[in-house]
Design a protein around this ligand. Structure first.
Ligand SMILES: Cc1cc2nc3c(=O)[nH]c(=O)nc-3n(C[C@H](O)[C@H](O)[C@H](O)COP(=O)(O)OP(=O)(O)OC[C@H]3O[C@@H](n4cnc5c(N)ncnc54)[C@H](O)[C@@H]3O)c2cc1C
Length: 290
């Protein structure tokens, strides 16, 4: 396979992110199978191109200048129940894992239905909701380095803490992951998913492009409460606005540039620091060429 055969050149990444923001990838390739994923990484290596794995694009702020090298959009979707576990490929939406579990009468993974994005993104960032997180449900993950070598890591090897893992800041790719629930009742699990989804709809500005929580919650407090108390709800820079519905969401209300969102994040961090002495740490990952 050659680089030319291997992807779209200069594909704008905005349509591939939940914020609808982001400049071009030098090369963009959608992978839909394990073979695609392995081959694409191999071709990138042969051409000495950096690789960025994009899952659902729901936790990234992609620079206006885009991402150099190869962006692999992971659409490889497979989820199989096995006893009280579900084995899922890294491109599977977390919601599909929740649905697969519920259908098989596995309880405890319902929260996954409310977190957008893929298994790979969740394993990378320890995504969580409703008091549960990936680290609680993950049994093991199959990982791959950019040489194509694979190994299986147990959850205890992945350095999980609140929205962080040992994978962050490394080029290690999650290939697939196994999650564990408990033997339960299909109807109950389905009902719980509906309740959680409804609760989300009421609290979050889901109708406007966003990237979920912009900042991590500081210990013992909520980033949204602090940003609201700092008087920043509704504050706008360019097309980016602090959501009037939930202050820890920045929404794209027009043609927001990545630089607008970044500038608004800085305003939130500066004001919260000045008024309350609290440092807000981004949850969203700033990626690409800033
Ligand atoms: C409306 C909304 C609500 C949200 N609510 C929550 C919530 O309740 N809880 C929560 O934790 N998050 C939440 N998020 C954020 C987001 O859904 C999670 O962070 C999610 O896990 C990101 O997954 P993704 O596939 O979209 O990752 P992406 O945004 O595509 O990527 C994020 C990072 O993961 C890496 N990555 C992706 N796939 C792989 C892989 N296969 N191997 C290695 N690295 C990989 C990327 O390279 C990147 O560094 C929300 C987002 C939105 C838009």
């Amino acid at each position: 396979m050659t680089v030319a055969a291997f992807g779209v050149r200069g594909e704008r990444l905005a349509p591939h992110t939940s914020l609808r923001i982001g400049g071009p990838a030098d090369y963009f390739v959608r992978v839909a199978t394990e073979r695609d994923l392995v081959d694409a990484i191999q071709v990138a290596r042969e051409h000495e191109l950096p690789v960025f794995i994009l899952g659902g694009g729901t936790n990234v702020l992609v620079a206006d200048a885009g991402i150099r090298g190869v962006v692999l959009r992971n659409s490889w979707r497979e989820a199989t129940p096995d006893g009280t576990t579900v084995m899922a490929s890294s491109g599977t939406e977390l919601a599909h894992v929740a649905a697969t579990a519920a259908k098989a009468g596995i309880e405890g993974l319902e929260w996954m239905a409310t977190v957008p994005g893929t298994v790979g993104g969740a394993v990378h960032g320890n995504a969580g909701a409703f008091g549960s997180e990936t680290a609680d449900a993950l049994v093991e993950a199959e990982l791959m380095d950019l040489n194509g070598d694979t190994w299986t890591a147990g959850v205890e090897e992945l350095g999980y803490a609140y929205r962080t893992s040992a994978l962050q800041g490394t080029p290690i790719v999650c290939v697939r992951a196994r999650f564990r629930g408990t033997a339960g009742d299909r109807a109950k699990a389905v009902q719980r998913i509906k309740e959680m989804a409804n609760e989300r709809m009421q609290k979050q500005p889901l109708a406007q492009p966003n990237t979920g929580s912009i900042f991590r919650n500081p210990p013992g407090d909520h980033a949204g409460r602090l940003i609201e108390a700092a008087g920043l709800k509704g504050r706008t820079i360019g097309g980016a606005m602090v959501s009037p519905k939930h202050a820890n969401f920045i929404v794209n209300v027009g043609d927001a540039a990545a630089s607008d969102v970044r500038a608004l994040m800085t305003v939130c961090q500066d004001e919260v620091q000045k008024q309350f002495g609290v440092t807000l740490v981004p949850e969203v990952e700033l990626v690409g060429e800033w």
